[in-house]
Design a protein around this ligand. Structure first.
Ligand code: BGP
Length: 489
């Protein structure tokens, strides 16, 4: 068994979780800049006006903005040929609705892409990774307003034009399906940039989970995002027909908890609603056949979907299906069964699986299963895993070394599963691990939840000098990338 020649190996980050420099060189505030940190048991909170006395993790993050050369050199040392990163929308259009882009922001990404090129690393760029300019939330209530489609297209077009000779791979929206996984709260704000006006004007700190939501508005905004994504795909292909533009789904693989047909049916429905609604629209170019009933039962009036929109969705289908994969959970009609936390959602505990320090169940076989499932569902569509990894507590030894066998074990099993999937015939084109350098957690806002092969000296109390150190896993992943996945020991 082996990986195809030219397989893409690398890692993935998001601007807001690594760059810092939150107002430097003309950048405007974006959604994550308004969020305070939490932890596994304490939700992140949101305060509509910045509080000078509070600690906002994204404001400095891990200072990639000033360390990008050093970081990209380390990535190259691991033997990568791809680096997934996002452009922070607010660096290019600080308020989202500005007439002209911010040249200094554009120049920053020119420098980043040039550094990638120096090492023959292809950038894979997410246009929006939970990073809507804050002004678009306050003034337009995010994607619930169709004018935001135009602002997004202007932003996407600016990036496509500017970087058409430097970037070939693009993703329109990170994890576009999160509003389908967890309605309201965090997913509305992160995913759609929508927030109830009452919350926007509040003077209180509001926990993520307590942000108000409205189902009708959520699905209207999601539809607008589908249209924005499809228009961006069309625009991108017009600017450079060589572009490969993908969607990005937070793939929540689910298993029936028991052979009870009711569990099996419920599992199918959850899979459809959480994963396939968005996947089908973006890959097949139309809402799936069951969507009508789904919306009806949710009480969503779909008159906002126009004939013209449906045409756009048909024309703007993506070139590749990309997703994050962290864990699997079960589904049952039995409410008494134990629940476990997970990425952007909860699920039912699987007695056959172990879990990470943050309770996310670890399931490498599920990765092979997921890839086969996707290849069946979307035949002939190249697939890429663009996030996968384990958040863990790391300890720096007195001599500065960091031994992380748990991380190596996790990756080894998951990369073995990728290999099996390639052998099965899945058209898998690449793999980028999540957070190859420690960064701020999106879910909890913590630094302590570390994903990296590279350790960053930065902590939840705001201490640390941002210095970088290689963990044991760095050397292990280096062998994997350099051998095109042949060496996993
Ligand atoms: C995904 C997001 C990432 C990332 C990852 C890990 O859903 O796309 O931004 O953060 O999950 O989640 P967390 O940071 O909550 O551990």
């Amino acid at each position: 068994m082996s990986f195809p020649k030219g397989f893409l190996w690398g890692g993935a980050v998001a601007a807001n979780q690594c760059e810092g420099a939150y107002l430097e060189d003309g950048k405007g505030l974006s959604v994550p800049d308004m969020l305070l940190g939490g932890d596994m048991h304490t939700p992140r909170t949101f305060l509509p006006k910045l509080d000078d006395t509070a600690f906002y993790p994204s404001h400095e993050a891990v200072d990639f903005y000033h360390h990008y050369e050093e970081d990209i050199a380390l990535f190259a040392e691991m033997g990568w040929n791809v680096f997934r990163l996002s452009i922070n929308w607010g660096r290019i259009f600080p308020n989202g609705d500005d007439e002209e882009p911010n040249e200094k922001g554009l120049e920053f990404y020119d420098r980043v892409f040039d550094a990638c090129k120096k090492y023959n690393m292809e950038p894979l760029v997410t246009l929006c990774h939970y990073e809507m300019p804050w002004n678009l939330v306050v003034k337009y209530n995010g994607f619930s307003d169709r004018r935001v489609i135009d602002f997004y297209i202007k932003y996407a077009t600016t990036c496509f034009e500017r970087y058409k000779g430097k970037v070939k791979y693009w993703l329109t929206f990170n994890e576009i399906n999160i509003p389908c996984m967890m309605e309201g709260g965090m997913s509305n704000l992160y995913g759609l940039g929508i927030m109830d006006p009452e919350d926007v004007n509040s003077s209180q700190r509001i926990p993520f989970s307590k942000l108000k939501s409205n189902t009708q508005r959520t699905y209207e905004a999601l539809h607008n995002e589908f249209v924005a994504s499809a228009l961006a795909v069309m625009k991108g292909h017009e600017i450079n027909p060589e572009f490969k533009i993908g969607n990005m789904i937070c793939h929540k693989t689910v298993y029936p908890y028991s052979p009870n047909p009711l569990d099996v049916m419920k599992c199918l429905e959850e899979d459809n609603h959480m994963n396939n609604l968005c996947g089908d629209v973006q890959v097949r170019g139309e809402y799936p056949f069951w969507a009508k009933r789904y919306f009806k039962e949710k009480g969503v009036d779909t008159s906002f979907i126009t004939e013209e929109d449906l045409e756009i969705l048909k024309k703007g289908t993506v070139d590749m299906y990309t997703c994050s994969y962290y864990q699997t959970t079960c589904v049952t009609v039995d409410d008494s069964v134990e629940k476990v936390p997970g990425n952007m959602s909860q699920g039912v505990k699987n007695p056959y699986l172990k879990a990470s320090d943050w309770g996310w169940q670890i399931d490498p076989v599920g990765l092979r299963y997921t890839l086969n499932y996707l290849a069946n569902r979307y035949p002939h569509t190249p697939i890429m895993i663009v996030e996968n990894g384990i958040g863990a507590y790391d300890k720096v030894e007195e001599d500065g070394s960091i031994h992380d066998p748990y991380r190596i074990e996790y990756f080894k099993a998951h990369i073995q599963a990728l290999k099996e999937a390639c052998e099965d015939g899945v058209p898998l084109m690449g793999y980028t691990s999540w957070g190859p350098i420690d960064l701020v957690s999106a879910g909890t806002g913590q630094y302590a939840k570390r994903y990296g092969f590279i350790y960053v000296d930065r902590h939840d109390d705001g201490t640390g000098d941002f210095s970088r150190k290689k963990k044991d896993s760095f050397y292990w992943y280096q062998k994997v990338c350099k051998s095109n996945g042949e060496v996993l020991d």
